[in-house]
Ligand binder design. Sequence first.
Ligand code: MN
Ligand code: MN
Length: 306
Amino acid sequence: MALYIVGHKIPDSDSICSAIAVAYLKNRQGIEAIACKQGDINPETTFILDKFGLDTPITKNSFAGVDTFITDTTDLTLCPDDIMDANVIGVVDHHKLGDLTTSTPLEAWIRPVGCSNTIVKEMFDFYGVEIPKDIAGIMLCAILSDTVIFKSPTCTKADTKAVKELAEIAGIENPKELGIEMFKIKSEVEGTSIRDLVKRDFKDFNMNGTKVGIGQLEVVDLSVFDSMKDDLMKDLEALKVEGDRHSVLLLLTDIMKEGSELLISSNDESKIEEAFNQKPKDSKMWLDGVLSRKKQIVPFLEKVFK
Ligand code: MN
Ligand code: MN
């Protein structure tokens, strides 16, 4: 029986590239492994796979009875819906420990670093398997994406070290330059529908029984959103009602100014005010220095929903 490797719902570059890299590693270890994804890939990931000539993983949504390796999450809301009926044999992740449980022992690679691919690099080193050029390239890009080119407070020495070593393997002279090129692709928002933008990088969180959806768009210049902010706000409200969510938030992150504008649709805005110690104005607020949903947004919301 083949082993399926899959990242979180609404896959980002880390989820896709880690699935491809872990599948390669497992195959080299003599285990037939197939990289897959839950949902479509985003423009940034398309750019990365094209650049290094790698195929997009297959789409797979049902994992009941299947050997599965999860990457880039351990939250049930982000895992495949039937993951509790799957045979989870391993996880690699860099988020808070979620609510995924298994019925048998598993291979668990979880570390507080900036990107799952940094840990996947450690897996290759641990097992003494060489990383091919193309796989090294996509792993490097995923780390640049998740760490916002090393600017995110989630970035650690392990991430910069991994990028240095992967750049050598992939023959990339200037990883930062490649990172900027990637974020320019990410910043192209015109021609995309409002709903697709809100959901491009969107995660639902179960905060002590309260459902909160948080999206994030990282761009090199926030002015690209000037003409669409009203429509974005309207769509957040619609998503809140449709998904029976308490709140829907959208982080518009300016990676050059290093901060985020938070757009809010909430059944109780005072919760958001309490979390960030700031009164929203027209359901918006500027959060200086905030680049990371995982480290600078989610923990503060979880505190007020306790
Ligand atoms: Mn991710
Ligand atoms: Mn990640």
